[in-house]
Design a binder for this molecule. Structure first.
Ligand code: GAL
Length: 414
């Protein structure tokens, strides 16, 4: 199955059939081992390429993907289909686990923490060999993970840290603080804030859902870059919203972001105060903010940041409406999760040597000091994000095999 066909299959399963789960196997809902076609392996390999070309990485990732999970069942719990990135993660995770001989079932929780807990419980009841979980609410899974542990099922925590539990085998994510820094550095650089003598700049912050630890790192990474300029009153946040809670966007919702932006524009920028930049934690939020700006702001260009390199936002970047986004190579994240998962399923504890042995073509650091979830410091695999503007779309997104150009616009392959 090619990546495009797989993407089409997923789109059909999600939109036409309206299901909240994807079973990539025989169609009866039971886990069955499926043989992996070389085409689907190579689609996964292409997506894993990181900074290399897809062709370069094919042979390399075939070597680094030994079949170590033959016949194993993997239950994957993802937060929602609203953010299109989770659909890409679903496809990439499935491919990477299939390449190891395992069989994956994906469930999406419609951003509902109770539904997600129920979905995970049903995976435990189905006796999966491994759980891969991105939480809707980071604080809501303590009991469920205790049940997984009692059932002897190891857990990969994917992308968003799960809080208050010691029952995580490995956390796999990108450096979210660095993503916030990248967004802020872009704005600071474009506006020339560091070189400014006497100019004032107006910036607003739109964070992700505060129940997601990533939102904290993103906000801190961005805000810390601005702190000195805010104290010096070179940068002014007219809304006064300078905390994660004040800038929170529930469920990372586009609509919520649009409404908050409209309110801020009406209250603080209707008097011709120039809004210079809006730091948006992700691309859905950026879409909501841009809608509000289009409708209610006539004060000139506003720099808008984002994260995830969603197709809709890349089109906005090409059209000059959004300024930048941050790409997190989901194929690499999925590859790291599958590798750590295969260690856990085979009774091995992921450590530094996992990264050494995997010898990936992309950057990945083992970190057992940073990610304390309130109960333990979770052993983590941390990947490196890429800042994307109109200038490097070709190099970072198209040449790496993740996107293809359709006319003037990049479109996701996976
Ligand atoms: C975050 C994730 C982002 C973004 C967001 C919305 O946790 O790291 O990439 O997708 O959730 O779902």
């Amino acid at each position: 199955m090619t990546a495009l066909v797989l993407a089409g299959t997923i789109a059909c399963m999600l939109s036409a059939c309206g299901q909240s789960s994807i079973d990539y196997g025989g169609g009866d809902g039971d886990f069955e081992t499926e043989s992996v076609s070389s085409e689907s392996e190579s689609a996964a390999s292409s997506a894993e390429s990181g900074s290399e070309t897809a062709a370069d990485s094919d042979s390399e990732s075939a070597e680094s993907t030994p079949v170590t999970m033959e016949g194993k069942k993997v239950g994957i719990a993802l937060p929602s289909k609203e953010q299109t990135r989770w659909l890409k993660d679903a496809a990439a995770l499935t491919e990477r686990f299939q390449a190891k001989g395992a069989r994956a079932e994906i469930q999406f929780a419609d951003d509902n923490a109770d539904s997600q807990a129920a979905q995970i419980r049903s995976m435990i009841a189905a006796k999966v060999d491994l759980l891969v979980i991105t939480p809707v609410d980071s604080n809501a899974l303590t009991d469920v993970l205790a049940e997984a542990k009692a059932a002897g099922i190891p857990v990969i925590n994917y992308d968003r840290l799960i809080e208050k539990t010691g029952d995580i085998g490995c956390f796999v994510t990108f450096d979210n603080y660095q993503i916030g820094e990248m967004q802020a550095e872009y704005v600071i650089d474009q506006l020339g804030i560091d070189e400014s003598t006497g100019d004032k700049f107006h910036v607003e912050f739109f964070s992700g859902d505060e129940n997601d630890r990533n939102s904290y790192y993103l906000f801190r990474g961005a805000y810390d870059e601005f702190i000195d300029a805010i104290h010096a009153k070179t940068v002014i946040v007219s809304s006064g919203d300078t905390t994660l809670t004040a800038t929170d966007t529930t469920d990372w919702s586009q609509d919520a972001a649009e409404q908050r932006m409209k309110k801020i524009l009406k209250t603080y920028y209707a008097d011709s105060t120039k809004l210079d930049a809006v730091i948006c934690a992700d691309d859905q939020i950026a879409l909501g903010v841009m809608k509000a700006l289009d409708a209610d702001y006539n004060g000139g260009d506003v720099i808008v940041t984002g994260q995830d390199a969603d197709d809709a936002n890349l089109a906005k970047i090409v059209d000059g409406k959004q300024s930048m986004t941050v790409f997190k190579a989901f194929g690499n994240e999925a590859a790291a999760a599958a590798e750590a998962g295969s260690w856990l399923v085979n009774g091995k504890t992921p450590d530094e040597s996992l990264v050494e042995d995997a010898d990936w073509s992309f950057d990945c650091a083992y970190d057992d000091e940073t990610y304390n979830n309130g109960t333990v410091t979770v052993p983590s695999l941390i990947l490196t994000p890429v800042s994307v503007t109109a200038k490097n779309i070709q190099k970072e997104l198209v040449d790496t095999g993740y996107y293809t150009m359709e006319g003037d616009y990049p479109v996701s392959v996976n």
